[in-house]
Design a protein. Sequence first.
Length: 487
Amino acid sequence: MRVELSFNCHFSAESRYWKCACSGPYCLEKTCVGKVCFVTDYLSASEHPHRELGCFNGSILEQCSGKMDHLIMKCCEMDFCNGNHSMLLNVTKNTGLSMNELIPMTVIPSVLFIVVLFVFVAWVWKTKQQNRARSLARLNDFDDVDLIKTSIAGDSTLGEFLDEYCTTGSGSGLPFLVQRTVARQITLVECVGKGRYGEVWRGMWQGENVAVKIFSSRDEQSWFRETEIYNTVLLRHENILGFIASDMTSRNSSTQLWLITHYHDNGSLYDYLQRTTVDSVGCLKLAMSIIYGLVHLHVEIFGTQGKPAIAHRDLKSRNILVKANKQCCIADLGLAVMHSQNEDYLDIGTNPKVGTKRYMAPEVLDETIRTDSFESYKQTDMWAYGLVLWEICRRTIVNGIVEDYRPPFFDVVPHDPSFEDMKKVVCTDQQRPIIPNTWCTESILSALAKIMRECWFQNPSARLTALRIKKTINKLKSSQDQTKQDY
Ligand code: ADP
Ligand code: MG
């Protein structure tokens, strides 16, 4: 078999969305909506051509022009333009075995030659089959994956590999087939966390740590949503958890859903604050990195390399991770909603789950939230940001004084508060977390306390926006740096 490769990508600068035929595991109703439709043909382990159809919204150029053995991809722009391509792979049978053409039947000595040739070809074929069987066994009997394995193995690190596909700040992720291949080369090492939707494991991919979130099959919608958001949106940002791959497999009749991301040894901000205290510099660094991540989520970026605005809807210290450089990144996008002014759509997903009760804004608790307005969801994120800020500030040492770690509203609601418990405290009694007097004696903490209060207005539209807070914190940071220089 011989495979000819070619990549064909022409993109208009115009940024509009098309309906595309969709056949991947991420497709709903066999269609998807994207800036570009694609059709990918690849050869399975048994060299059978397979086809995957779908859409890209993110790293369009990278995904359509990536070069890979045994795989060909074409992209097009028009509704369902990817639906009726003929097979892209140019698969031609080798003519070496056409004995009738090679040797006339009448030439008797040639019969001997044919026999020798036949034995030789059979031997080559058998050796090839044995090699294939061995490499398939190594890959845990998974189909297809060995074809692209060689392209992504070798000496490259995960970072380099991702960079190859996702040029700085633009790529959303790897092509689906590569994601699948990466996923199936991971060894799970230890369970590092349990959330609402399943377990998070530390895994190894070619000697590097990765985090594997394993969703229980009943939480397929959360896996689907998180996968969809990471795959369709340009989310690469140092304060958003770095996405690597998503994979769905069917093993022993049960479905396994994996989401693979960068691994952060410090764990969640919640875990970190239990065991660590910070000074005002560290506090500002945590606060600043979270608001940078939140601004990147909230802001719509226009143009072909743009992104819709995203509201998180479950912001809390357990869904924020602390990186080795003590900056945070925002994780767990399973409940996020997307909005594009440019394309005039509001995508609130189909996940029936709502956020964490302890962090719910008053308008969510009393159900007055305007669910048809994207602004409302951003405003609930700002409420939650104020609470996270409060958790961080409690663990900040001021004049030698520091509070124990406590979750928001620890003093007024039980351990696992009900909706009604929270509603009474936040809506009826209009209580807010207590701000200790010591904070007012320190410039950073008193400025942050002011921000918190302005995140906790009952009226959602009165709350600060992420962009506003980013600017305020930037100023705080430069005045802090100035003071240090003056010293
Ligand atoms: P869920 O959707 O089930 O809430 P999360 O994504 O919030 O799952 O993860 C649950 C917990 O797993 C986190 O609170 C954190 O302790 C841990 N965790 C998640 N992702 C990572 C990661 N990339 N690196 C290290 N720990 C993680
Ligand atoms: Mg979570």
